[in-house]
Design a protein around this ligand. Sequence first.
Ligand SMILES: Cc1ncc(COP(=O)(O)O)c(C=O)c1O
Length: 273
Amino acid sequence: MEELQTYRAEFETITQNYVYLNHAAVSPLPKRTVQGMQQFLEQRRDHGGVWEDTWWQTLEETRNLIAQLLHAKPEEIALTKSTSDGLLILSTGWPWRAGDQILLIRDEFPALYYPWVPLRDQGVEIRWVEPRDGPLLAQIEKALTPRTRWVVVSWVDYLTGRRLNLGALTEIVHRIGAYVAVDGIQGLGALPLDVQKSRIDLLVAGGPKWLFGPMATGFLYLRQEILENIKVRLMGWLSVEDFMAFDTTNHRLRPGAQRFEYATYHFLGITGL
Ligand SMILES: Cc1ncc(COP(=O)(O)O)c(C=O)c1O
């Protein structure tokens, strides 16, 4: 009860004015998040970039906290600016071949669909599972073919709240050598997730729902074993090792998923996240 009061105090004003049940769209910001972001803004106003070192520390702390939340390794986490960013890293970077198939569930949030549309030009086919046709996992299993490369699903559906058993899903999908990408934005923060136990290959999420974070914050989890399969298509000055050397002859990529963080960070948002 005491714990509940502590959390409730973070939302003092909004709980007086609303019965707020719309986290699946946009959550309120806790007091401590607003304070942290305010401090960041005031520091920047009064000191410019003098304290930049502390921003980089916050960045790595945030990465570590996300890794802890997911039971992943920090080097498996890339910070992004949205859920879609993570899916776009996969859609642009995977070595697709004509005839490859991507399996999606009908009527999920459109962010799960559009990243694959341009791949049609390369002969990649989008296939649909119809949830109304029966139990979802059985429908997915039936729809898999030797050409399925990725199955892309929401952990929790934005519309119905349907929650997928990710461990059971990966078992089915891995059996045929395909991979599982999960949009976790409607679950993370409200429900526990262990990417090792569930054996998912990739997870994307954003801050502003159940994680109580700012807009334009997000992250990508990429299982270490598949990191090298995904090419860096958005290469920027932060994609390479020793980027602070400002050396254009260095093409060595940063060792982990950080290689996908290609340019100046949204430090304000990351502070809030
Ligand atoms: C399931 C799901 N995925 C993604 C998003 C948002 O995507 P993005 O962070 O890319 O704007 C939402 C909601 O806005 C959502 O409900």
